[in-house]
Design a protein. Structure first.
Length: 253
């Protein structure tokens, strides 16, 4: 009989041995009151229900935020989803302060996502995503820090806009590209006109240059049309060319 009693006592004592993994912490409650934090490693609980525990995982949790349909500040309906990364920084607060910290963080992220999108225009939502992500993360951190939860990152994943709005944005983008093309063409024409004006000023003071340019243009037209071009040289130009030739010959001799 004594052996049986000792065996039962041994089993009861051994049943109080507990272990916690490296990434776990255990909150111990003695008769319902918080008694301390245990882990990682081996620790002992008073058996027979005198001490109980609640395990908390300290690893980073990836939590997808389900798609939300909301209205931007400029009255455009969009569907947005996001991804939240968080971890438990204070196990005691995470268990004692809020009933279910995972669900609470999820709801805070959902609410913040809807509120922040509603405070910005569609262009900001599409183009200033880093700014909106930072604002989202700030709001969630302020709400969850008292719960012992550390938000590592919160980012919008996808932004879905109506088909009609997509067509309008495509037309707007096409109009902007056409505008840029026209501006570039106008700038090129302005630059060309400046060069032509400079060339005209040079040719006014040099009639020979003007005749050379005229001959070049005639030759180009003939080459384009694959035809033979006969150039009629004015007497003044022929006289100038002859004088120049004699001058060069005399210089060489």
């Amino acid at each position: 009989m004594l052996f049986v009693i000792l065996a039962v006592l041994f089993v009861i004592l051994v049943s109080g041995v507990r272990t916690a993994r490296e990434y776990e912490r255990c909150l111990v409650f003695r008769l319902g009151r918080y008694a301390g934090l245990r882990g990682p490693g081996l620790f002992y609980l008073i058996p027979l229900g005198i001490e109980t525990l609640a395990r908390v995982d300290l690893r980073i949790v990836t939590n997808p935020i389900e798609q939300q349909e909301t209205i931007t500040r400029d009255s455009v309906t969009v569907k947005v989803n996001a991804v939240l990364w968080f971890r438990v920084a204070d196990p005691q607060k995470a268990v004692l302060t809020v009933e279910n910290f995972r669900s609470a963080v999820q709801q805070v992220a959902l609410t913040s996502l809807r509120n922040v999108i509603g405070q910005h225009d569609l262009d900001e939502v599409l183009k200033a995503r880093d700014k909106i992500n930072a604002l989202l993360q700030k709001n969630v951190i302020e709400a969850t820090t008292p719960w012992g939860v550390a938000v590592e990152l919160l980012e919008m994943k996808d932004v879905e806009i109506p088909q009609d709005m997509q067509r309008v944005m495509a037309m707007e983008a096409e109009a902007m590209r056409e505008k840029r093309a026209r501006i570039i063409k106008a700038e090129a024409e302005l630059e060309a006109s400046k060069k032509l004006a400079e060339a005209a000023q040079l040719m006014v003071g040099n009639p020979a240059a003007l005749e050379l340019r005229r001959m070049q243009m005639v030759a180009e037209v003939g080459a384009e049309n694959n035809s033979t071009t006969v150039i009629m040289i004015p007497a003044e130009f022929a006289h100038i060319a002859g004088s120049l030739s004699k001058f060069l010959e005399g210089k060489e001799s």
